[in-house]
Design a protein around this ligand. Structure first.
Ligand code: HEC
Ligand code: HEC
Length: 338
């Protein structure tokens, strides 16, 4: 009897999943043609774009080769924007390549239009009309204001041209079907008011990826509702080397509730020396997914706004061990098991 119920349930599941995949296969992607926009390169935009690309929005970390052995994965000097095959970690559904986005006309973005770049960054459609794998965080970048995304594009055009041919991204079945629902068109996004510290801080935590990395996530990658910023998002840096995000909510025991603003600032600025003079070689289990090197030079005014915003999010109790595979954590676990 139980076997039968189980059997028919399984059939039902297969029918539903199969039907779902067939549905996704035929489901149209929510996309539109790239606009014919021409983005003017003003000195203000180049300065702002430099700050976003190389610091807050982390484009440089994903789109450049990095030194895997050193703390914080520093970008190899002179290779900004040159692209790389994203290391196929366990469970990587295919070959994911962060492309060369320097203005090289043959192997980079030199022939892609401003409209194509705009659509790729905020709407998730590549220059060739392909659905982008959402590791490119367009689901967050869709919140970039018009002025900020124009600044990023203006700046990208000034990167040194680098010739670097990379393979094309291939996404395996069925993930290639699931990602079809990620893109969507974005209309005009106004710049939040910088004088409103909380609103400005909220904006920065979205485009800076803080919310994405510091929240537990659902299967589709969206933060678990009500648990935003409570940490626990696991990053597998190498086999057997995990980094887990800490709780940034104002909980006084497990979060940042007792931190002062100057302690908060110090967390970031302590890495300035590594950013300027190079960071040390570390074991993978002591490395980090936190972009400390590029974040050490965030504008203190932005860091204060982020801190002000984080004071307003609901406190969630969630104690996190950030380096569970570090030697002392392993030792502590072994001793606990005895
Ligand atoms: C977490 C890593 C990550 C970050 C951060 C990131 N990208 Fe990407 N980006 C990727 C990957 C991976 C792809 C390729 C996706 C694919 O091929 O399906 C991509 C694709 C792109 C493309 C599309 C190229 C095309 O084919 O048209 C552009 C343009 C781009 N990124 C620009 C940026 C800019 C600008 C930023 C910062 C605002 C940025 N990326 C931040 C990983 C990242
Ligand atoms: C790519 C993922 C990622 C992004 C993006 C990210 N973080 Fe982190 N963060 C981590 C991880 C993993 C750790 C734990 C390891 C460590 O401390 O190096 C961490 C640690 C921290 C800590 C240290 C807390 C402590 O107890 O010492 C702070 C503060 C922090 N992040 C704030 C931020 C802010 C603010 C942003 C956005 C501007 C941000 N993070 C974006 C992954 C991320």
């Amino acid at each position: 009897m139980w076997k039968k119920i189980l059997g028919s349930l399984l059939l039902l599941v297969i029918a539903v999943v199969g039907g779902g995949l067939a549905y996704l296969h035929f489901k149209p992607v929510n996309m539109r043609a790239a606009s014919g926009i021409t983005i003017e390169r003003t000195p203000e935009r180049l300065a702002r774009g430099n700050y976003l690309f190389n610091h807050l929005t982390g484009c440089v970390d994903c789109h450049s080769p990095v030194d895997e052995k050193r703390f914080g994965y520093p970008v190899i000097p002179g290779s900004q924007g040159k692209g790389k095959v994203v290391i196929p970690g366990p469970g990587m559904p295919g070959t994911i390549v962060a492309p060369n986005i320097t203005p090289d006309p043959e192997t980079g973005a030199g022939r892609w239009t401003d409209g194509q770049l705009l659509r790729a960054i905020r709407e998730g459609i590549g220059h060739d009309g392909r659905v982008l794998f959402p590791m490119m965080p367009y689901t967050e970048f869709r919140n970039l204001s018009d002025e900020d995304v124009y600044s990023i594009i203006a700046y990208m055009r000034t990167l040194p041209q680098a010739s670097s041919s990379l393979p094309a991204t291939t996404v395996k079945f069925p993930v290639n079907l699931f990602i079809k629902s990620a893109p969507s068109p974005v209309d005009s996004v106004p710049q939040p008011n910088r004088a409103d510290r909380v609103a400005w801080g909220r904006y920065l935590t979205t485009i800076g990826g803080c919310k994405f990395c510091h929240s537990p996530v659902e299967n589709d990658g969206s933060p678990v509702k009500g648990k935003e910023f409570s940490g626990g998002h696991v990053f597998e840096l190498a086999p057997g080397a995990r980094a887990v995000t800490p709780n940034l909510t104002p909980d006084r025991e497990t979060g940042t509730g007792t931190w002062s603003e100057s302690e908060w600032l110090e967390k970031f600025t302590q890495y300035k020396d590594y950013a300027a003079n190079g960071s040390p070689v570390v074991e993978p289990n002591m490395n980090t997914a936190m972009p400390w090197l590029i974040f050490s030079n965030l504008d203190p005014d932005d860091l204060r706004a982020i801190f002000a915003y984080l004071r307003t999010v609901p406190a969630v109790k969630n104690a996190v061990v950030t380096h569970p595979d570090a030697p002392e954590e392993k030792r502590a676990r072994e001793q606990g098991a005895k």
